[in-house]
Each structure stands twice: as structure tokens, then as C-alpha cells.
Design a protein around this ligand. Structure first.
Ligand code: NDP
Ligand code: GDP
Length: 326
């Protein structure tokens, strides 16, 4: 039986990846940091019905000694580094913490792998945010990067460390440049989930308005369930490499609102307010990925369309609020 170690297992992707790997017969071990609210932190794993089947070990990306101990104890065959301060807006409030967790944290995991478990295959959760001020209309593995937030700068460092550890030490280290991916388990602060939660509240009479920032930015949104499959596929290749994972379709926040509100029989124009206070110091206006390499080399394709995903998210948020009411 193969063993996988997942950092960030309590996050959206960690939960979906754990479910996928369990289904494939892996022993799944997750690094979780100490929390006074441990029951709440495991909520996503519980929602997917896998909490009882994963092993959680205590550690932190900022604590190299904990990572070395875990590599020694767990002896993973595959290491997925999904842990990060992952919210762009928060990275302007906590730029140094973001640099530590999102950037140095990845280097710490690479070091622990190199020193203790160099045979393990490594996956780094890189991000389309690294393209930032886009240098090409459609972004591929060959597009130059231009990060536009402390988060994106930290991710770029982690990406290049992954490439360098592969080239310098021969680690089987791959970087997945994933475009935005969402699900009912997406953090409530991200725009898709904020919108679907807002739709549910408005539909149930719990709110009447939804305040957002820039409605004109566009993103290439896919479903997290599809994207964790691409992570796994990357580690099954003989040779480690970097891959863009995207749908190839970009949609504005405004259109996202239209889709989500109309799913609940509402008109977004009656409820959505664009507030200056939610604009970012620097914006990433457009992201649109070319998943051609992942399709050719990994046989990967997005299987869930945006409309279906948003419908699933609205339904899940309606169910959550109804159960709280009832
Ligand atoms: P989440 O924000 O849902 O999850 C982040 C995870 O990182 C949580 O489990 C969190 O733990 C953990 N974490 C944060 N800081 C530390 C730390 N110091 N030590 C250990 N663990 C820590 O992110 P997603 O699941 O959405 O994303 C997974 C990864 O993919 C992230 O690295 C993200 O930046 C990246 N990414 C995501 C994209 C997306 O669209 N979702 C797109 C491209 C890249 P806790 O629960 O304790 O807070
Ligand atoms: P990101 O691409 O990782 O930053 O993912 P987000 O979901 O946080 O943001 C996607 C886009 O939505 C960005 O261009 C934001 O500026 C825009 N946006 C507009 N209003 C909001 C809002 O209220 N919250 C968030 N999170 N994003 C918003």
C-alpha cells in the first residue's frame, strides 16, 4: 500500500485529494497544525465522509523540525504540499506570514523530503496568480510570470524552488500551476463561495444585499474534484514536470453573479453592490489557462462545467442555512 502525506489536508483541496487517494487504496496521512478549534478545522474531511479514514499528524509548515520528524515517522511515497496562506486579499494584510507559510513553507517541505525521504515524489500547489499582470492572452507553461500580490510572489518562490530541487538534487518534484478551482468546500472568503453563500442567505430571507469588490475581473474556474485528479496524475508520471491545469474558459465576476442568482430564481442586479472598500491594491484582471499539455501528457480534462459547479455550490449553501434554521 502506498502512503501519501498531504500538507493542507484541512483545506478544500486537501479534503478532495484525501478522498481521491483513499478511493485508490492509499494510506493517507495529513499534516494539521495545532488548533484550539480542532473539531471545526476537520469539517471539510467530515463533510466528505473521510475524516475517520485519514491519519492526522501534528506539525506546521513553519517548523522544519516537525516536518523532518513526520517524514521519518510516516515514510511517505508521495508528498502533496497544499498548505499555504492561500487568500490573495489577506496577503496584503499579512505579507510576511504569507511569505513564510506559502513560500518558505514549501522550501521546508522540500528540504525535509531531500534530507529524509528523497525517493518520495513531491507535488507543489502552484498558482495561476503567478501570471498576475498577464504577459500572454492565454497562459501556458511557457508564459512569463508577473506576480501582483505578496501571495503570488511567495508562490513564485515556491514554484522555482520546486524546479530547482528537481534540477539540482534529482527529486521527483512537480509543480501544478492550477487556475482557480472551487467547490462547496471552498473558503467562504473567496468570491465564488461568497456569492453562492450570499445567494442562499438572500433566498432564505437572511440578507437582502451582497457587497463585492471588482465585478469586471475574470477567472478560469474549474471544480476542485477535477483538479486534485490532475495532482495525482502528475505524480504517476515517470518524469517530474510542471503543468497548467485550467478549463480554457474565462468568466467575469458579474457573469458568475448572474449564473448563481438566476439558479435561485433571483436577479443579481437587485442585490449585488460593488464596494470600493473591497477593491484590491493591485488587481489581476484576467486569467485564462491553456490546459493543452495536461490533456496530452496526463490525459486530464476538466469534467464539470461552471454552471453545474455553481448550481452544486448554491444548493449546498441553501442546505447548510436551512439546517441551521431548522
Ligand atoms: P485552503 O486555504 O482551503 O487550505 C489551505 C491549507 O493550508 C489549510 O489546510 C491550512 O490549515 C493549511 N495551512 C496554512 N498555513 C499552514 C501552516 N503554517 N502549516 C500547516 N498548514 C498550514 O486552500 P485550497 O485547498 O483552496 O488550496 C490548496 C493549495 O493550492 C494552496 O496552497 C493554495 O494556495 C493553492 N492553490 C489554490 C487554488 C484554488 O483555486 N483553490 C489555485 C491555485 C493554487 P488550517 O485549516 O489550519 O488553516
Ligand atoms: P483569487 O483569484 O485567488 O484572488 O480568488 P478570489 O476568489 O479571492 O478573487 C477572484 C476575483 O474576484 C478577484 O479579481 C477579486 O478582486 C474579485 N472579487 C470581487 N469581489 C470580491 C469579493 O468580495 N471577495 C473576493 N474574494 N474576491 C472578489
Amino acid at each position: 500500500m502506498s502512503t501519501a502525506l498531504i500538507t493542507g489536508i484541512t483545506g478544500q483541496d486537501g479534503a478532495y485529494l484525501a478522498a481521491l487517494l483513499l478511493e485508490k487504496g492509499y494510506r493517507v496521512v495529513g499534516l494539521a497544525r495545532r488548533s484550539a478549534s480542532a473539531d471545526r478545522v476537520s469539517e471539510r474531511l467530515r463533510w466528505l465522509g473521510v475524516l475517520d479514514r485519514v491519519e492526522l499528524v501534528d506539525g506546521d509548515l513553519l517548523d522544519l523540525s516537525s516536518l523532518i520528524r513526520i517524514m521519518n515517522d510516516v515514510k511517505p511515497d508521495e508528498v502533496y504540499n497544499l498548505g499555504a496562506q492561500s487568500f490573495v486579499a489577506a496577503s496584503w494584510q499579512q505579507p510576511l506570514l504569507t511569505g513564510q507559510a506559502t513560500g518558505i513553507g514549501a522550501a521546508n517541505v522540500l528540504e525535509a523530503v531531500r534530507l529524509v525521504r528523497p525517493s518520495a515524489r513531491f507535488y507543489q500547489a502552484s498558482s495561476s496568480e503567478m501570471y498576475g499582470l498577464i504577459q500572454e492572452k492565454v497562459q501556458s507553461e511557457r508564459t512569463p510570470f508577473y506576480p501582483r500580490s505578496p501571495y503570488a510572489v511567495a508562490k513564485l518562490y515556491a514554484h522555482w524552488m520546486t524546479v530547482n530541487y528537481r534540477e539540482s538534487f534529482g527529486l521527483h518534484a512537480s509543480s501544478g500551476i492550477l487556475f482557480n478551482h472551487e467547490s462547496p468546500l471552498r473558503g467562504i472568503e473567496f468570491v465564488t463561495r461568497k456569492v453562492t453563500d450570499g445567494v442562499a442567505r438572500i433566498k432564505l430571507g437572511l440578507a437582502s444585499q451582497l457587497q463585492l469588490g471588482n465585478l469586471e475581473a475574470t477567472r478560469d474556474w474549474g471544480h476542485a474534484r477535477d483538479y486534485v485528479r490532475a495532482m495525482w496524475l502528475m505524480l504517476q508520471q515517470d518524469v517530474a514536470d510542471d503543468y497548467v491545469v485550467a478549463t480554457g474558459r474565462t468568466t467575469s465576476i458579474r457573469e458568475l453573479c448572474r449564473i448563481a442568482f438566476s439558479h435561485a430564481g433571483l436577479n443579481y442586479e437587485d442585490h449585488v453592490v460593488s464596494s470600493q472598500s473591497l477593491m484590491r491594491p493591485a488587481e489581476v484582471d484576467v486569467l485564462l489557462g491553456d490546459p493543452g499539455k495536461a490533456r496530452e501528457k496526463l490525459g486530464w480534462e476538466a469534467s464539470t462545467g461552471l454552471e453545474d459547479m455553481i448550481a452544486e455550490m448554491v444548493e449546498a449553501d441553501l442546505a447548510r442555512h436551512r439546517s441551521r434554521q431548522g
